[in-house]
Ligand binder design. Structure first.
Ligand SMILES: *Cc1c(COP(=O)(O)O)cnc(C)c1O
Length: 464
């Protein structure tokens, strides 16, 4: 048996976990009954649990472990930085080398004139910063009434009051008094579920034009910015039709509203370029970065802003900042992560070799009797499960029932694939090899077969 790094049996760990640990996005009491799988170590694209079982992690944790698990270099950099300068801040006319070096590096990597970074420790925090940044930007230009940020239904921008409000998740808005004022949501470009009789191209244009209609409805003098993920991640890896983004960019330009690209998932190679904005040809004024910025090895995030925004914000004191802004250990780890991405040409390999191979294999899933569309951009993909492909129908039962069955069949086959409703999604580490992609696909195929059998035998294969 491979090494178990815990001193307790699994059942005891599970008991303590249920007794004291509150899990995110989880019905805690039900989980306590079932017991959580205890992950003890990881290497490359594989996790190991407390029973010594190896699991292929097709989600890269939560879309973040871009360089894969087990890179000692990051641990060594962190240890070195902790000994030299474990902490200092940048609030009162001070700075430090890791924050300087990372900021300069990010300015070099980011497209266009995005040359300035304001740090946070999570994507949620960075998006909270963005709310204050864009509102303060317009206020500093003498337009304090330009406050509203337009976002999209089924978007994910984090879990804080600001991030959850920018996001368009109904389940999140239903709890805790979200959204905060001044956030408006338009429809998402999800052709499979919402496209009706329109062609994808017609639908993409129609959904983009909702932005224009919303700006007209509110009055452009009230609108500060539009925020969107280049490819919606947590919403189910929703890839917009080709007509969508050029029209959105045209509308942002026409009305002069700021475009915030939430690159928390798409950034750092996920789509086959450094940023999703490059893959989709966007010219954002602000980019949100987190997750892949440090490959998840340590919490760090940032808002990358244009020269113009930095100059306007800089005219006055910006009354905003986090204790761990540009944390030296986190910044040093992020820099080392970027060094590895660059020197090992990981993003080029994704673009030229492994992503095209994964795309070819992923497309084969569309032949499965349970699968409607199979979508993929770079290293993020989704399949829509359906009881009737031609009608693009949803299942008659509760949304997500089949998805949950499939996720459990994946887990039973030692594959982490997540479900969003009845879509299954992947976002593997960027370093996944072709042989590992084959393993991923064979486990996914087996899980889908088992799901299909069960859905059929339980009478769930009915259209709504
Ligand atoms: C994960 C995510 C966030 C929130 O990041 P946290 O670090 O969890 O706060 C924001 N935006 C997008 C697109 C995300 O995927």
């Amino acid at each position: 048996m491979s090494q178990i790094t815990n001193h307790m049996p699994t059942a005891e760990l599970q008991r303590l976990d249920a007794a004291h640990h509150m899990h995110p996005f989880t019905a805690g009491n039900a989980l306590g009954q079932k017991g959580a799988r205890v992950i003890t170590r990881a290497d490359g694209v594989f996790l190991t649990d407390s029973e010594g079982v190896e699991i292929l992690d097709a989600m890269a944790g939560l879309w973040c472990v871009n360089i894969g698990y087990g890179r000692d270099e990051l641990a060594e950099v962190a240890a070195r930085q902790m000994k030299e300068l474990p902490y200092y801040n940048a609030f009162f006319q001070t700075t430090h080398v890791p924050a300087i070096a990372l900021s300069a590096k990010l300015a070099e990597l980011a497209p266009g004139n995005l040359n300035h970074v304001f740090y946070g420790s999570s994507g949620s925090e960075a998006n909270d910063t963005n709310i204050r940044l864009v509102r303060q930007y317009w206020a500093a230009l003498g337009k304090p009434e330009k406050q509203v940020i337009i976002s999209r239904k089924n978007a994910y921008h984090g879990s804080t009051m600001g991030g959850g409000s920018l996001g368009g998740m109904g389940g999140m808005h239903a709890q805790g008094g979200l959204p905060i004022p001044g956030i408006e949501h338009i429809n998402q470009p999800d052709w499979w579920s919402e496209g009706g009789d329109m062609s994808p191209e017609e639908f993409g244009l129609a959904r983009a034009r909702e932005l224009e209609e919303k700006i007209e409805e509110l009055g452009v003098d009230k609108v500060a910015a539009f925020i969107a993920e280049p490819v919606q991640g947590a919403g189910g890896v929703i890839v917009a039709p080709d007509s969508y983004w050029p029209e959105v960019q045209r509308i942002c330009d026409k009305y002069g509203i700021l475009l915030i690209a939430d690159e928390v998932i798409c950034g750092f190679g996920r789509t086959g370029n450094w940023f999703g904005s490059q893959t989709l040809n966007l010219r954002p004024d602000i980019m949100t970065m987190a997750k892949g910025l440090s490959s998840g090895y340590i919490p760090i995030a940032g808002s990358m802003v244009s020269d113009e925004i930095a100059e306007v914000i800089g005219r006055d004191e910006f009354n905003h900042g986090y204790t761990y802004h540009g944390h030296p250990v986190a910044a040093a780890v992020a820099l080392e992560n970027i060094r590895i991405l660059e020197e090992e040409r990981i993003i080029e390999k994704v673009r030229e070799k492994t992503a095209p191979y994964l795309a070819k294999r992923w497309a084969e899933l569309a032949d499965h009797p349970l699968v409607g569309e199979a979508k993929i951009v770079g290293m993020m993909g989704s399949i829509a499960m359906t009881p009737d492909k031609a009608a693009r129908a949803a299942f008659a039962g509760e949304a997500g029932e089949v998805g949950l069955i499939c996720r459990e069949r994946c887990f039973a086959n030692n594959l982490v694939m997540r479900h969003v409703g009845d879509r299954m999604i992947i976002s593997p580490p960027l370093v996944i090899t072709e042989a590992e992609i084959d393993l991923l696909m064979s486990r996914a195929g087996k899980a889908l077969d088992e799901t299909y059998d069960r859905v059929k035998s339980e009478g769930l294969l009915k259209a709504a």
